[in-house]
Design a binder for this molecule. Sequence first.
Ligand SMILES: NC(=O)c1ccc[n+]([C@@H]2O[C@H](COP(=O)([O-])OP(=O)(O)OC[C@H]3O[C@@H](n4cnc5c(N)ncnc54)[C@H](O)[C@@H]3O)[C@@H](O)[C@H]2O)c1
Length: 359
Amino acid sequence: MTTIPVTTAAKSYAVNIETGLLVRVGTELAKVWSPRQVAIVTDTNVGPLYAQQVRERLTAAGFRVTVLTVPAGESSKSWAQVMRLIDALSAAQLTRSDGVLALGGGVVGDLAGFVAAIYLRGIAFAQVPTSLLAQVDSSVGGKTAIDLPTGKNLVGSFYQPDVVLIDPQTLTTLPPRMLVEGYGEILKCAALVGSDFWALVQTVAQPADILAQAAPLIRHSIAFKARVVMADEKEGGQRQLLNFGHTIGHAVELWGRGRYMHGEAVAIGLVQVARLFAAQGLMPAELTNQLRERLMAVGLPVEFPVDLTTTDLLAAMHHDKKIHDQALTWVYLTAIGQPAMHAVPLANLATWIAPVTAK
Ligand SMILES: NC(=O)c1ccc[n+]([C@@H]2O[C@H](COP(=O)([O-])OP(=O)(O)OC[C@H]3O[C@@H](n4cnc5c(N)ncnc54)[C@H](O)[C@@H]3O)[C@@H](O)[C@H]2O)c1
């Protein structure tokens, strides 16, 4: 088992990664939690696959278990589900000595984490992420959130788990498109880190290689995210680096209204930001090709959709939550493993992005 320690101002916890770890989920949880009542929060896809097994392992380890299931999908990050879950925790008489265990993808993690943060002003929380995106990204860092009709992740809190237990074996049941889109975030991290991590992604030449290399890919990604989060828990400096590819990616995702999954839009964002910064003379041109090659190897999109106009792209960019002081900070690379940042005033944005959007 690989253990990656995460230390934040709020608490220190371990991210444990091992193929087959689910079999030991009870004993692993018992290392950080005394016997108590545990509410497993899962969704309608993951629950039927894994909840029974996790319930049995937890019961065998001395926990009393309730399973709460929400509909699969982003729409469960809602006030309605928060209220439903909180009512269920209260009905099951969970106290401040009990805990919430998220078993699922990023939706379940974000929702269950938020519920754990506010129920009784905060009860213990742990994560068993089951999607690639959740295993490499959302389960570490302590961000919890739900969506509002006006936008994603608009209500939430920073709330760290007591432990994160990752079993890459769960990825074998993940739909292929979701496996590949999760890899978009991994490739972003590999480009930011360089060295061994960048060497590892050179071995991912087709979608099947993502599964074959899942454990080392997850280890590298979590180690990087943990480093960034420890340096910058609440997103002032270092954590902004994680935004590489996201300024364009978020805009494409928003504009597409569901056409692109997050990791797919980020893949477009990574290649287009590289093209843009190469055109501005700030990024070596060959990096665009290197990123494009790696992303295309697994079938991720890299080009702007033909029907996306510059006006639409700019409009979507103006919704970016990372706008500060009327400027957008872009992350780019001076070389693989060498990230840098560049702020562009909103007033200059149209001129700034013209090299990649002029058609
Ligand atoms: N908190 C953070 O730091 C952070 C970071 C990135 C993304 N997020 C959030 O994460 C969410 C996206 O996460 P996601 O892509 O995991 O979405 P998701 O939770 O909706 O999972 C994707 C789909 O895969 C299914 N699934 C998950 N694991 C499975 C498995 N092992 N086998 C079969 N099906 C499985 C789910 O039921 C769902 O249908 C978004 O809401 C996003 O805002 C949060």
